[in-house]
Design a protein around this ligand. Structure first.
Ligand SMILES: Cc1ncc(COP(=O)(O)O)c(C=O)c1O
Length: 387
């Protein structure tokens, strides 16, 4: 086990050591972090649903009625009423024929990509796609071609040049999880039609956030019915846990039969399903929450820009401040904390070398006082770093 100590030392030496921080109490816009009250600016709980009374109540009721666990995988004896209800709610929310729930977004991506694509196939993947997509591509054993971020010209050149593959898949995040920018979905759909490729979009950060109805980037770009595989998560804006694929009935039947990360894992627990169902009802009925989220995002983005902090490319409630060096990024995070604001530094390998950032995210439940405090803290960070 000597190698463990050695490698840990190396990680520390590079300033890339990660450790867990303790959050006590609920996931609100303010949290207790390692015993200190701070404004949280790095949660994916965009709509503040993780501690919403309706979700809590639904989860408690589900525990009383169905218990805590599902006891088995879906295809053995774990398929419960709440799974069916959740999937039918997701399908009607996403305007698709059917949907399938997964135990997490990571499991969903690593399993689904590999069941759609295999040896002799070609996957085209954006260079900034989430790690779960990267791992899904690797596990599939298909040839994987990475195209530069959002570059439709290179994507087309690859589609044109790489011939003789059994099937082709273009896969992209809808909202990119670190940069908060949007995939050029209309262009991707056009190319997929032209070169007969299947399309898959990861709506993890778009579900509940993008589009008038909160249905994601596919709705936002008016492309409903034109993307083959829509993946999304239930643990971010929807405040619960798990993930889904929404699409045609035959796609879902295929995945039930072929996706190892669906087949060989225990089904989602009843309270998690019930909370996700309640969240879908709120997202469908209450557009105010989403409006507030977007107002807050604009307020923070503008504030950061007027401080001359580069809120690069962001078009969504994810607003990264690129610092560059890992050690400087962590120092900036420490200064924020002194001012009572928490934004976790993001370092390689999550982002490319030299692109470490403070990835800030706003929530619908932040009030102006929270965001003003955040801007004050960033002002101090800037001053300190410029010294
Ligand atoms: C774009 C993207 N896809 C997939 C995932 C994985 O989802 P989950 O946290 O449910 O595993 C995440 C984040 O965690 C993500 O940001």
């Amino acid at each position: 086990m000597e190698f463990i100590k050695r490698e840990l030392r190396e990680i520390k030496g590079k300033g890339l050591y990660r450790s867990l921080r303790l959050i006590e109490g609920e996931q609100g816009p303010e949290i207790s972090l390692d015993g200190k009250r701070v404004v949280i600016l790095c949660s994916n709980n965009y709509l503040g649903l993780a501690n919403h009374p309706r979700l809590k109540e639904a989860a408690i009721e589900a525990v009383k009625r169905y218990g805590c666990g599902s006891g088995a995988s879906r295809l053995i004896s774990g398929n419960m009423e709440l799974h069916q209800e959740l999937e039918s709610k997701i399908a009607s929310f996403k305007h698709t024929e059917a949907a399938l729930a997964f135990s997490s977004g990571y499991l969903c991506n690593i399993g689904v990509i590999g069941s759609l694509m295999g040896e002799g196939d070609l996957i085209l993947s954006d260079e900034l796609n989430h790690a779960s997509i990267v791992d899904g591509c690797r596990l599939s054993r298909a040839r994987v071609e990475i195209y530069p971020h959002k570059d439709l010209n290179v994507l087309e050149e690859k589609l044109k040049r790489l011939k003789g593959y059994r099937r082709k898949l273009i896969v992209t995040d809808g909202v990119f999880s670190m940069d908060g920018d949007l995939a050029p979905l209309p262009g991707i759909v056009e190319l997929a039609e032209k070169y007969k490729a299947t399309t898959m979009v990861d709506e993890a950060h778009a579900t509940g956030v993008m589009g008038k109805g909160g249905r994601g980037c596919v709705e936002y770009f008016g492309l409903e019915g034109q993307i083959d595989v829509q993946m999304g998560t239930l643990g971010k804006a929807l405040g619960s846990f798990g993930a889904y694929i929404a699409g045609r009935r035959e796609l879902i039947d295929f995945l039930i039969n072929q996706t190892r990360s669906f087949i060989y894992t225990t089904a989602l627990p009843p309270p998690v399903c019930a909370a996700a169902i309640a969240a879908l009802e709120i997202v469908t009925q209450d557009h105010q929450l989403r409006n507030r989220l977007w107002e807050n995002a604009e307020f923070l983005r503008e504030g950061l820009r007027s401080l001359k902090l580069p809120a690069v490319n962001s078009e969504t409630p994810i607003i990264p401040i690129i610092i560059g060096r890992s050690s400087t990024t962590m120092k900036a995070g420490d200064i924020l904390l002194q001012y009572g604001v928490y934004a976790q530094g993001i370092r390689p390998p999550t982002v490319p070398e030299g692109c470490s950032c403070l990835r800030t995210t706003v929530m619908a439940t932040h009030n102006r006082e929270h965001l003003t405090r955040a801007l004050e803290a960033f002002k101090a960070v800037k001053k300190e770093l410029e010294r």
